[in-house]
Design a binder for this molecule. Sequence first.
Ligand code: ZN
Ligand code: ZN
Length: 401
Amino acid sequence: MEPTPLSEAKARLAAEIDKRADLLVDVSHQIHANPELCFEERFAHDLLTGVLEGEGLAVVRSARGVATAFEAAAGSVGARVAVVCEYDALPGIGHACGHNVIAAAGLGAGLAAAALADTLGGRVLVVGTPAEEGGGGKVPLIDGGTFADVEAALMVHPADADLAAMDVVALHQLHVSYTGEAAHAAAAPHMGRNALDAAVLGYVNVAALRQHIDPSERVHGIITDGGHRPNIVPHFARAEWIVRSSTVSRLEALEQRVLACLQAGTDAAGCEMQVEWIDPVYADMIDNAAIVERYQANALALGRTVRPPSRSARVVGSTDMGNVSYTVPSIHPMIQVAPPGVPIHTPAFAGFAAGPEGDRAVIDGAKALAFTVADLWLDAGLVERARAEWRAELSARGGAP
Ligand SMILES: [Zn+2]
Ligand SMILES: [Zn+2]
């Protein structure tokens, strides 16, 4: 059999997506109109799995024991490429991160790839990953083996610009409880041990630390409980922190420095401290240059110039796609749905995510991803190059989280 030329394959994938354009935009709008939070995405789960099943993919609902996750597979031979869908929303501001666009674009790419998988000799796995905004929903899927037999994982995320990548930092959340001794603040303060003092002294220590950490690192905290009345020495206080660093391996050292600051404050106040790290760690993102290059070329063919992040156009944040990128070669490009300067996580952005720009991003995103799947299927050298680059970058960053 003659190998199918890549450009012909991409034209056929585009036609498969155009055929489903109304369906994909409708899916995007329906998810947008039904925002669901962290691990509660039943509507999106049922909608997406219903469409995938209807088109004949082999669907596993509630994959790997996660109620609102799914896997949908097609194809029997060749490179196996995962297309990742996110679909959770934000409290109060709905789809202000535009995950409805991610879901619909991933669905479109997956359906097109599935339709041609046997003809082109490739395999596709559409992965539904809940709870990106805090629950780390991709981590149980990684641990459960979703990506074990996968050559590469692709997704596209909305933004206010077309960008090759997001500036992703590793993140770990920390909850701290302080216990002291209550006492009458006027009659017997010497009998008390002030838990609020412990929290405040720890806070001040971290504030001093912040001058002397890497410029890429961030530590931010709030005190959520600081006593009940000023005339009672607080016997209990509580704080929440987020610790971020450029890579997972650097994060650990910073965590120890933060803990030392908090412990010193606790010791000074004569109190006890209990710490709880909230897992999972969100890893930094290893963007695979070999695959990103193909995505850029594919998006350019659709009229989108995808630039590397710059000072004036960048999105800084954390995502559990970073954890996937430590598991298999991955990309996380950004697709423009809003005018420059309208950042994600704002009500204005939520509006654009279901507007004409969001709809265009669904179709263009689906095509750019599907074309990149075809590159991975038909250019065997690409899979090898991506894998070699990934291995080198993984060891440069200190290995798996
Ligand atoms: Zn977000
Ligand atoms: Zn997001």
